[in-house]
Design a protein around this ligand. Sequence first.
Ligand code: ACO
Length: 330
Amino acid sequence: MSTRSTVILGTGSYAPERVLTNAELAKAVDTSDEWIRTRTGISERRIAAPGESTSDMGVQAARRALVNAGLTPADIDLLVVATITPDYVMPAASCLIQHKLGLRTSTTCFDLNAACSGFLFALDTVCAMVGSGRYQKALVIGVEKLSAIIDWQDRTTCVLFGDGAGAAVIGTSPEPGIGLLGTRLGTSGEHVELLYIPRGGTSAPATAESIAAQDHCIRMKGKEVFKLAVRAMDEAARDILEQHQLRADHISLVIPHQANLRIIEAISEYLDLPMERFFVNVDRYGNTSAASIPIALDEARRAGRIKSGDLTLLVAFGAGLTYGSALIRW
Ligand code: ACO
C-alpha cells in the first residue's frame, strides 16, 4: 500500500505527422477502407518519419507532459518507459531518452515490456516507487514505433497498428483518496504464441531465411486474441470495481486500450456502461500498443473530459497475454 497519494501531475502526447490512410493501405495489400473500418473502427494511423526513433517520439511526449506539470527535466528522479519497440535491443530506450531529454544522470531509468498493457504496468510500478517515498517525481512514457515490426504484406496485421507516444508525470499529494487508487494486473503466459514475434529473440535467432519470411515481425491469431481480450478486460474492470466497492456507473470515463472499436463496444455492453463514457481515438491512430492509453489519457484531459473529483478507469490487454485495470480519482 502506498504511504501517500500518488497523482498524475501532467500528461503529454506526440503523434508523428505522416498519416497513413486505409485507402493507401488498400493499394498495397488486398483490403479495403470498408473492411478495415467495419472490422476495427480504424480510419487512419500515424507512421514515424524516416530516421524518427522510438526515443525521439518518447522525448516529444515527455517534454509536453513536463510543461503540462509545470516541471523541468531536472525535477525528475525516475523514468520508466513502456515499449516493445526500443531503438535497440540493448540498451533500453530509457537510456536514450534520459540523455536526449537532459534528465540528471542520477535518475533511475529502465524499460518495461508488457506490450499493449505496458503503460498500466509502468504506472503501477512508478506509483509504488514514488508512493514509498524513495522517489519524488517520475516520468512514465508509453511509446511505440510499431511500423518497424510490421509485415507490410500481411493484411491481417498491417492495417491495425500505428506509431506514437504518450507520457505522464507522477508525484505525490498530501490529500488522501486521490490519484492512483489501485490496479488489478494479470498475465496469461500460456497464450504467448497467439501474439508474438517468432524470430529474432534468443529462442530462435534471426536467419537470412527468417528475415526473408518476415518472421521478425508481429504475428497474431486475431480471432482468438479478440475473445481473450474482451474476457480479460471485462474481468480486470469488474475486479477493480469490486475491490473498491464501486459500480460501473460511478466511473465518469473509461480509457480503454485502443485496439479495435468492436472490443471497446463489447466491454461497454458487458459493463452495461454507455459508449459515451468511453474515450475512443482508435479511428485516428489504430493500435499504438503501450502508447495507446497515455495518448488517449492526454487527449481526454485536453478535451476537458476529466474533471476534479472524477473517477477514471484505465483498462488494457496485450501480448503476453498481459492485461489489467487502474482506477484514478482526479
Ligand atoms: N482486409 C480484408 N480482409 C481481411 C483482412 C484485411 N485487412 N484481414 C483479414 N481478412 C480476412 C481474413 O483472411 C478472413 O478471410 P476468410 O474468412 O476467407 O479466412 C476474414 O477477413 C475474416 O477474418 P477474421 O480474422 O475472422 O476477422 P475478424 O472479424 O476477427 O477481425 C481482427 C480481425 C480485426 C484482427 C480482429 O480479430 C481483432 O481485432 N483481433 C484483436 C487484435 C488485437 O486487438 N490485438 C491487440 C494486441 S496487439 C499487442 O499487444 C502488440
